[in-house]
Design a protein around this ligand. Structure first.
Ligand code: SF4
Length: 214
């Protein structure tokens, strides 16, 4: 079994509740969306077919127990659930970042899903599979990338539908880099007395001039 892999690298986790932790990233190729602010267009097509066994060797080489499967969109590849299961069976902690348009229950429930529900400014919010809100478990994370007040209201409405299904600390509100000034989003969260986690992409602060492999 093989997957089309764009890159595998060791870095610090830049988002989610695992921010700051060393992590091995397996970036899979291909995406079914085209978000207006996408910063990983290089993963749309370019990649190499690699067997799961070889991916495991490449991951293990880094001696790091935290692994994130990302993309692109990982769930468009049929073999992704098998890769996740193989990592879990070897006792890795596995995160998977997914764009909200695909069924998240395709992967083992022990995998921690970071579901990036698309807001209107992405141009792709109509592709959200809102049934995923019911499929989240308490350890999963729900992320909103917010460009403006309209996106903010959209995210709040979706959070309200959750009815406390996941802890507020697992709901991530991020400003679109270079579009929304982070303090504005922070102020909206506080003014609206939301129990959500504000986050800024740590890797963009640490390595501002590098746009891949970090
Ligand atoms: S889902 Fe992610 S990789 Fe795909 S277009 Fe949107 S931002 Fe880019």
């Amino acid at each position: 079994m093989a997957l089309k892999v764009n890159e595998i690298f060791h870095s610090l986790q830049g988002e989610s509740t695992f921010t700051g932790m060393p992590c091995v990233f397996v970036r899979l190729s291909g995406c079914n969306l085209r978000c207006s602010y996408c910063d990983t267009g290089y993963a749309y097509a370019h990649g190499t077919l690699i067997d799961i066994e070889e991916i495991m060797d490449m991951v293990s080489h880094h001696a790091c127990r935290l692994v994130e499967i990302t993309g692109g969109e990982p769930l468009i590849q049929e073999e992704t659930p098998a890769l996740v299961k193989t990592l879990l069976d070897k006792d890795f902690t596995v995160l998977m970042e997914t764009n909200g348009s695909m069924r998240i229950d395709l992967v083992d429930e022990k995998c921690i899903k970071i579901v990036d529900m698309k807001c209107p400014s992405s141009g792709e919010s109509e592709k959200n599979d809102t049934e995923n809100l019911k499929r989240l478990s308490a350890k999963d994370q729900l992320k909103f990338v917010i460009a403006d007040k309209n996106d903010f209201h959209f995210a709040v409405a979706m959070v309200n539908q959750l009815n406390h299904k996941i802890p507020g600390g697992n709901i991530l509100f991020s400003p679109v880099a270079g579009t929304l000034e982070p303090p504005r989003l922070a102020a909206w969260i506080l003014e609206n007395k939301l129990t959500v986690r504000f986050q800024i992409q740590l890797h963009k602060i640490l390595w501002p001039n590098i746009d891949r492999g970090v």
